[in-house]
Write a protein that binds this ligand. Structure first.
Ligand SMILES: *Cc1c(COP(=O)(O)O)cnc(C)c1O
Length: 346
């Protein structure tokens, strides 16, 4: 890459192998179901997640929206973490486009809603009330530094959902980071949910795309919703070709990104004026803050790093977010640590 970019794992460029595969991909019209590369990717993704079928979509946001619109209808309610991505970072799409009422609940240090609160949030059958229809979960949990939530939580959510006839959708934008960190197969992470979306275009390095997976009936419905949102694509096998490599070659190596994040967090802990909770770093996202007595503003620090071609994101008044990925490894982590030390202590 042309810069050292810690702002997100979405900034990743496709790998050389991806560019090669994209150039040579067999294609067809996917709205006719005739793109062999997309069909292969959808089958592979579903198999990896232990679901019957998959659907290639343009983004994680679109995958979540299609899923929500397929599970629920206008006036239905979706129980969701108040800092969950589907509630906080997706432009209110479930409400503005679907007429679905979000019911946000607080989350704990891992990103889990309290199970009693979830049960209490489910509405009785009463014409005054919205109809509870869906529980939205997320793994890994972005707002908790990509915390990989242990699987017993999802088993408990499943049990509550079954008791009340609700569906469960998992926003698994970084599903494979969670699986690698938990040391389990991705299909275990998704075993308790009806549907799951995950991103190819984050740590897995593909340029574009996400997958939505679930039962064959659900994906049949979701395919129609995708079309209605303008998400039907034609010779998009060129994109899916990169996705096949993402699933084949880029999953296991996510452990390297997690190791880089550990190296970064431990290095940050050594810099005077930087506050970081090393134990909270479980995958590839590191949140850290400036101590109150540091005379620089985060804006100044971000600006000074840019002079060295290092890109870092702000996250709140004195907080930063650094995300490790394929294109920022040990050498880049060390360069960030060294440069940050110089800037913060001068
Ligand atoms: C990135 C992300 C998404 C959405 O993905 P886009 O492809 O950017 O739309 C959804 N959920 C979480 C947790 C994410 O981190």
């Amino acid at each position: 890459m042309d810069k050292i970019d810690f702002r997100s794992d979405t900034v990743t460029w496709p790998t050389p192998a991806m560019r090669q595969a994209m150039a040579n991909a067999p294609v067809g019209d996917d709205v006719y179901g005739e793109d062999p590369t997309i069909n292969q990717l959808e089958e592979m993704a579903a198999a990896k997640l232990g679901k019957e079928a998959g659907l290639f979509v343009s983004s994680g946001t679109m995958g979540n929206l299609i899923s929500i619109l397929s599970h629920a209808t206008r006036g239905d309610e979706a129980i969701v973490g108040e800092d969950g991505h589907t509630y906080k970072w997706e432009a209110g799409g479930m409400a503005s486009l679907g007429g679905i009422v979000p019911h946000p609940l607080p989350t704990d240090e891992m990103g889990r809603m309290d199970l009693t609160a979830v049960t209490q949030a489910i509405r009785p059958d009463n014409p005054h009330l919205p109809h509870s229809r869906l529980i939205l979960v997320e793994n890994s949990y972005g707002e908790r530094g990509g915390y990989p939530i242990p699987l017993d939580y999802f088993a408990a959510i499943r049990a509550i959902a079954d008791q009340h006839g609700l569906a469960v959708h998992m926003d698994g934008a970084r599903l494979f980071n969670a699986a690698v960190a938990l040391g389990v197969d991705a299909s275990h992470v998704t075993q308790h949910v009806d549907s799951v979306s995950f991103c190819l275009s984050k740590g897995l390095c593909a340029p574009v795309g996400s997958l939505l997976c679930g039962s064959a009936d659900f994906i049949h419905k979701a395919r129609r919703v995708r079309k209605s949102l303008g998400g039907g694509m034609r010779q998009a096998g060129i994109l899916a070709a990169a996705g096949l490599i993402a699933l084949d070659e880029m999953v296991e190596r996510l452990a390297d990104d997690h190791a880089s994040a550990q190296r970064l967090a431990q290095g940050l802990a050594q810099i005077p004026g930087i506050v970081v909770d090393v134990t909270a770093v479980k995958t590839n996202i590191v949140f850290f803050s400036l101590a109150d007595d540091v005379p620089h503003s985060p804006k100044d620090i971000i600006h000074a790093l840019r002079q060295e071609n290092i890109y870092l994101g702000g996250s709140g008044p004195r907080r930063f977010r650094a995300v490790t990925h394929y294109w920022v490894r040990e050498a880049e982590v060390d360069k960030l640590l060294h440069t940050l030390h110089t800037i913060v202590t001068r």
